[in-house]
Design a protein around this ligand. Structure first.
Ligand code: BES
Ligand code: MN
Ligand code: ZN
Length: 493
């Protein structure tokens, strides 16, 4: 979507659709101006009572007399003139985006200052509106011959007072970077396993580096990983015709020598479960098992777009988990790069097996912090559903920073506990640890497994099994937690 920021009076805009806010009790300034220009037309129509003033409702008026607009989209902002709650605002942006999608117009104008939210700045509101529009207008149609008509809207003008134009512009820039980054993650997530395999992800990372001077990409192949002793990671790709890759995208735009932040994504491009084969129903959804990796790509895109002055390493541990004569068996014991041995009791607990070697490899960056992002456990869906990302950490200040970024970005996360009692569930009779900890607290024991490989730095694990994609009619990748992570990085500068 093309966005522009403009100053001027709402009632004077020549536009195919002017979007303004309305309350039941009193009309806000732009609505008042339109009302007087139209000789009370607006108040008359509102009096008819067709508009429910609860946020999330709206009304489109056509051919408003005397006003230079073709359509007037009235956004309900509540009974009285109080700012919206966050929940109300979410309903409003969702409704706004879907109304804009249904317009048969090339452009629209939003009186952005009409929308007010409790405790939130115009910058924040602008950003969220832009993100919502970018999210709603996303299409994944590259494999469809008949793509339908699609939305007609190509341009949105954000109308703001001259004194607020700069604030709206920075909100817009961030909203677009986050929205675009999120859509990059969605596309990678939506691509099927026969196209998006580990080498495809590596090629994407190389292409990104080619396009942007500040990024360099290094890719390790299986031979190089084997030389480093990454037998845990390689045990996952053993059964696949597709070779594993460890991808490192190095963005060095901060102070020279400043310790980088490492983002590490689980990149299982398809998870059959391996010899511990998954049931067939909805197995297709395991193409999304690289959504952690996809979110790393999304964040790298966003920070490049915003040119953030920080050092970030985007790592992706990419492999395909397949059964075959060469596949890892339940009971096999492997030695990880760290030297720790792992008894693989279930080949479907493969995410932690690729991540542990990548976590050890990350030590060479001497990171300030490492955040891994992974569709790691079905148990996380049981615990938190599809609304909230699981967050587990070995460092409270880092966990707090991420939780506060998550609140600010409205990209929900919730911290789960860790501890010795849980770690003991991983005890093995034959090796330093097993790769599963039994049916209880599956998300926590998975994190405890990872923590054994993340002792050298502050570390947080984000379990996005429930939040990275939607099942059912709206099946597809969500691009989460790109907003939370970009916010975390924005807070660093
Ligand atoms: N990718 C899955 C986790 C997953 C499962 C995400 C269902 C979304 C929906 C992961 O590799 C996995 O299979 N985990 C196992 C772990 C178990 C064997 C300890 C799980 O959650 O069942
Ligand atoms: Mn699995
Ligand atoms: Zn998996």
């Amino acid at each position: 979507m093309e966005f522009v920021v403009k100053s001027g009076a709402a009632e004077k805009q020549k536009t195919a659709c002017l979007v303004i806010g309305v309350h039941k009790k009193t009309l806000p300034p732009s609505a008042t101006a339109i009302d007087s220009l139209t000789e009370g037309h607006l108040a008359e129509i509102l009096k008819l009572g067709d508009l429910d003033f609860k946020p999330g409702h709206s009304l489109i008026l056509l051919h408003t007399r005397h006003a230079p607009v073709e359509r007037l989209l009235l956004l309900a902002m509540g009974e009285n003139d109080k700012p919206l709650t966050e929940a109300g605002f979410n309903k409003l942006t969702a409704n706004l985006a879907s109304q804009l999608k249904s317009l048969n117009a090339r452009e629209a104008t939003i009186a952005i200052e009409d929308i007010t939210v409790e405790g939130k700045s115009l910058h924040w509101i602008t950003r969220q509106v832009v993100e919502a529009v970018e999210y709603a207008f996303y299409q994944f149609s590259q494999f469809k011959n008949d793509t339908g008509k699609g939305p007609g809207l190509k341009k949105v003008t954000l109308l703001a007072d001259r004194k607020n134009a700069e604030e709206v512009k920075t909100g817009l820039a961030q909203g677009q970077a986050i929205g675009n980054g999120r859509n990059v993650a969605r596309t990678l997530g939506n691509l099927p396993g026969n196209i998006c395999h580990p080498t495809y992800l590596a090629d994407e990372a190389k292409a990104l580096a080619k396009k942007h001077g500040k990024l360099t990409t290094k890719v390790l192949n299986e031979k190089q990983m084997s030389d480093l002793g990454m037998s845990s990671l390689l045990s996952v790709s053993a059964g696949s015709e597709q070779e594993a890759r460890l991808i490192c995208m190095e963005f060095k735009n901060g102070k020279r020598g400043a310790r980088p932040l490492v983002l590490l994504g689980k990149g299982i491009t398809f998870d059959t479960g391996g010899i511990s084969l998954k049931p067939g129903a909805t197995m297709d959804e395991m193409k999304f098992d690289m959504c952690g990796a996809a979110s790393v790509f999304g964040v790298m895109n966003a920070i490049i777009e915003l040119d953030l002055p920080i050092n970030v390493i985007g790592m992706v541990a990419a492999a395909e988990n397949m059964p075959s004569g060469k596949a890892t068996r339940p009971g096999d014991i492997v030695t990880s790069m760290s030297g720790k041995t792992i008894e693989i009791l279930n080949t479907d607990a493969e995410g932690r097996l690729v991540l542990c070697d990548a976590l050890t490899y990350a030590e060479r960056y001497k990171p300030e912090a490492v955040i891994d992002i992974a569709t790691l456990t079905g148990a996380c869906i049981v615990a938190l559903g599809h609304h909230t990302t699981g967050l587990l950490s070995n460092n409270e200040p880092l966990a707090e920073e991420l939780l506060s970024a998550s609140k600010e970005a409205m990209d929900r996360a919730w911290q789960l506990p860790m501890g010795e009692e849980y770690t003991q569930q991983l005890d093995s009779n034959f090796a330093d640890m097993a790769n599963i900890g039994g049916p209880a607290a599956g998300t926590i024991t998975a994190a405890c497994f990872l923590a054994k490989f993340a002792e050298a730095y502050p570390w947080t694990h984000l379990d996005i099994a429930g939040t990275a994609w939607k099942s059912g009619k709206e099946k597809g990748a969500t691009g989460r937690p790109v907003p939370m992570l970009v916010q975390y990085l924005l807070n660093k500068i």
